[in-house]
Design a protein around this ligand. Structure first.
Ligand SMILES: Nc1ncnc2c1ncn2[C@@H]1O[C@H](COP(=O)(O)OP(=O)(O)OP(=O)(O)O)[C@@H](O)[C@H]1O
Length: 499
């Protein structure tokens, strides 16, 4: 059965169930399909080429309806967040050449000029009071059709669009629905931008099981006061976010099991879950189940998971990233994690060159080079050792920067750490700069130096001397990117500003 039909079945059985709750307004499954039907009519009024539809909007009901309407009419959708810088949006738009753009927000002049051919939808133009419409799913995406294309941040050059099929998404959704805690009327946090593939952890498992998406707006995720007002007035059962986002929430004393007795499950992905974050979370929510999951956008959300228990924390210096989901096989080739099986995406949209560099086949099955270093235990448990592109040569030694980070993070008074290489104009690494997130305040430079000296002494017990960072920079809070991950590029700029 197509995913859309599965969601429609829920609407048929229980039309008045809340599908998505924004701060000001709640929407039902019936209203979702009324909106999907109306938007799909507007798509069908145009004779469109068989290309994806770009959805320019926010994390909200109307953008979700537009994405599903694209799928209903047989088009893949490309979610682009309305806060994406103009240049990047322009790059995505010209790489994707969408059949049409659907905008769900008010556009500024430059964006208006960029999206000349567009369908503008907003809540005021839809009459959501209608009854559940009859829908024809015959054209809806299915099988190997592309369901969505998510553009990665593209560290260099033109962003790459990861093309994920309907069946890739089905296998991910089934895994989420079966291998994690089943919760009746699950209220699932929907915080990640739709343009970041962490959002599919919330969207499809919730929609296919009759859950409610507790949708946080950008205002709420970026404003502490609004965030806690919302969190403290809403029931959430399943928490989905990057570890960095929960770190922010843990700063508030109200973020505890006592205040949130219904919050029973935490699922993390997107970046390393440190032992410190996991320990703090287990202290705040002793009865909750915490999962660490791992995967790149190119393998549809996530492909491995593990329950984080006290035992796992005591037995490991760095948290493992778990066991493969069914349908996926893991291999380590030359130290790199290779993902094989039904979660591997179709490739980079209309980019055969980049696709051939990263996607291949193993025994006839689709495979993907993750660019992550890792190892597998005999039982099939995967360990993450950092990004291969974060490996540097320093003074002739090969160094894994994230290995240093993991060791620093285990030290007292340090919340988080990022180690970045400093290079000269010949791209040669001349120094290793350690950024440390810490609550510590120093009266003067001398006190800071003394602390660093002590820290280095501790660190030298666990890392080789050639791995010792050259400089230590203390920050109260690390900058995060729009996906809620630690923003390494912004950190690197801090060093430049510092000197
Ligand atoms: N549980 C985890 N532990 C450690 N690292 C993780 C975990 N989950 C994801 N990652 C890291 O995040 C990467 C996938 O992230 P994503 O697909 O969002 O792309 P990105 O490489 O971070 O960003 P972009 O490609 O957009 O620049 C993985 O390859 C891995 O390096």
């Amino acid at each position: 059965m197509k995913l859309l039909e599965q969601i429609f079945e829920i609407a048929n059985k229980n039309p008045d169930l809340i599908v998505l709750a924004e701060r000001e307004q709640k929407f039902t499954y019936r209203q979702l399909f009324v909106a999907v039907s109306e938007i799909s009519k507007q798509i069908k009024e145009r004779t469109l080429v068989n290309r994806p539809i770009l959805i320019f909007g926010k994390n909200d009901f109307i953008s979700l309806a537009a994405m599903l309407a694209a799928n209903l009419t047989g088009h893949a959708y490309i979610p682009v967040d309305a806060h994406t810088p103009f240049e990047r949006t322009e790059m995505i738009n010209s790489a994707a050449k969408p059949a049409v753009v659907i905008t769900t927000v008010k556009l500024s002049e430059d964006f208006s000029a960029l999206f000349t051919d567009r369908i503008s939808v907003n809540l005021n133009t839809l009459s959501l009071d209608e009854k559940l419409p009859e829908l024809d799913f015959s054209q809806a995406v299915s099988g190997t059709d592309s369901n969505y294309i998510i553009y990665t941040s593209g560290t260099t050059g033109v962003p790459k669009g990861v093309e994920v099929s309907h069946d890739n998404l089905v296998t991910f959704t089934n895994w989420m629905n079966n291998d994690f805690n089943k919760i009746e009327n699950n209220q699932i946090l929907s915080q990640a931008l739709y343009s970041f593939d962490l959002s599919i952890f919330s969207l499809y498992p919730s929609l296919t099981t009759g859950g409610t998406l507790v949708s946080l707006s950008r205002d709420e995720t970026t404003n502490f006061k609004l965030l806690f007002e919302r969190l403290n007035s809403t029931v959430i059962n399943t928490w989905i976010s990057t570890p960095s986002f929960v770190d922010i929430c843990l700063l508030d004393p109200s973020f505890t099991e006592k205040e949130h007795p219904n919050l029973v499950q935490f699922i993390f992905c997107g970046e390393e879950l440190t032992k410190k974050t996991a320990e703090k979370l287990l202290t705040a929510f002793p009865s909750a189940t915490i999962y660490n999951t791992y995967g790149p956008t190119e393998a549809t959300g996530a492909i491995s998971s593990i329950k984080v228990t006290e035992k796992l924390l005591t037995e490991n210096d760095r948290l493992p990233i778990g066991f493969a989901k069914s349908g996926v096989e893991l291999k380590i080739m030359d130290g790199e994690i290779i993902i094989i099986g039904d979660s591997v995406a179709k490739g980079y949209f209309e980019n055969p060159e980049k696709t051939a560099q990263a996607f291949f086949t193993v025994d006839g099955k689709p495979a993907y080079h993750t660019g992550d270093a890792g190892s597998l235990t005999d039982e099939g448990m995967l360990r993450y050792q950092g990004r291969i592109d974060f490996q540097v040569k320093f003074n002739g030694f090969r160094i894994e920067l994230q290995d240093i980070e993991a060791n620093i993070q285990n030290l007292k008074d340090i919340e988080k750490s990022v180690v970045l290489p400093k290079t000269n104009d010949q791209h040669k690494v001349t120094a290793l700069i350690a950024y440390l997130e810490s609550d510590k305040t120093f009266a003067d430079r001398a006190e800071e130096r003394a602390f660093t000296k002590q820290l280095k002494a501790e660190l030298s017990k666990t890392i080789m001397d050639y791995m010792m960072p050259t400089k230590f920079i203390y920050l109260k809070k690390f900058p995060l990117n729009q996906n809620g991950k630690v923003d390494r590029k912004a950190l690197a700029q801090k060093e430049r500003g510092d000197n």
